[in-house]
Design a protein around this ligand. Sequence first.
Ligand SMILES: [Mn+2]
Length: 342
Amino acid sequence: MVKLTLDELKTLAKNTELNDKVLQNFLDNGESFGGDKREQVMPYAGISTFLKAPLKEDLFGLDIGLIGVPYDLGVTNRPGARFGPQQVRELSAMTNGPKNHANGIIPAALAKIADCGDVSIKSTYDITQANKEIESFFNTIREAKVTPIAIGGDHSISYPILKALGKNKPVGMIHIDAHADTGGAFNGSKFHHGGPFRNAVLAGALDPSRTIQIGIRGRAEPHWDFSYDSGMRVIHIEEFYDMGIKKVIQEARKIVGSGETYISFDVDSIDPAFTPGTGTPEVGGFLPREVQQLIRGFKGLNLIGADVVEVSPPFDRSGNTALVAATMLWELLCIIADSRKK
Ligand SMILES: [Mn+2]
C-alpha cells in the first residue's frame, strides 16, 4: 500500500485540478460537438437534442448525423415508439461524455457530430409510402457522406435505412435483439417491425452471409426460418452465455469482416427489468452492461451506420428505458466516430 505525505497529496490534488481545467476548457471553448457552450452542455438546461449535440439540419461539413425517426405503424402489439426520439433526446443529456471511460474515445474530438432532427414523415397512415420517405431521407444522408445513427421508431424503420445505405452494395450487419425480425407477411403486410431484415436481404441491401443476430429468444422463433435459410448466424441468448461475450465478439468480427457494416440495436434485447418501455418485451435478456461491452467489442470495424429502436415511452414514463437506449447511443457514437476517423 502507498502511504502519501500531506505535501504529496497536495501536489496530487493540484494535478487533478489541472485535469478539471482541461475538461472545462474543452467545454467552454466550444470544442465539445463543435460549438456548444457549457451552459448548453448542462443536462437540465437548453433544448433537448441527442447527446446535447447541436441541432443542424444542414448536412454540410458533418461527419455523423443523429437522426430521429418517429414512426411506429409497424408495431404488432404495443405502440408508442413514435415518441422514442423525443424521450431519448431528453434522457441522453446525461450520457454524452465527453470521454468514454472504457475505450478512451472522445467522439467530438474525432468527428463533427450533430442532431439532424427528425425524418419528416407525411404518410402517417401508409407504411409503404412512409418507408419511401425514410429511404429518401437516408439517401440524402448517404449522398452527403454523413454517417447516420438513427433513433426510432419501431424496428420497421431499419428496412428503408438499409435500403438507402446498401443501395450500391449490400452491407453486413451486427443485430442485437430478442427477435430476428426476418418474418414474412403478417396480416396482409410484409412491412412491419418483425420483418425489416428479410425485406432488406430481398432488396439486395443486406448481405445475409455477413449478418449476425445476437440475443434471440422467445415464442416468435417459428417466424425466423429465413435467418437460417439465408445463411445468417443466429446466436440465441442461451448460446451467448454458453460461449461467453469475448467469443461472441470474436465471431461477430469474423462474420462481418472488413466490409461495410451496420449495427442495429433493439432495446428489447435487454431484459425488460431494465427496458420495460418497448413494443415486444421478452424476459430473459441481456444486462445493459453486456450490451455496452458488446458494442465496445466492435471498435475498429468498418461501420457505416447504426440504429437504436423500439423505445416506447408510454410503457415507461420513468424514462429508464430511454436512458438505457441513450447510453447505447453514446457507445455507438464512440465506435462510429473512431471508425469514421479511420
Ligand atoms: Mn427488433
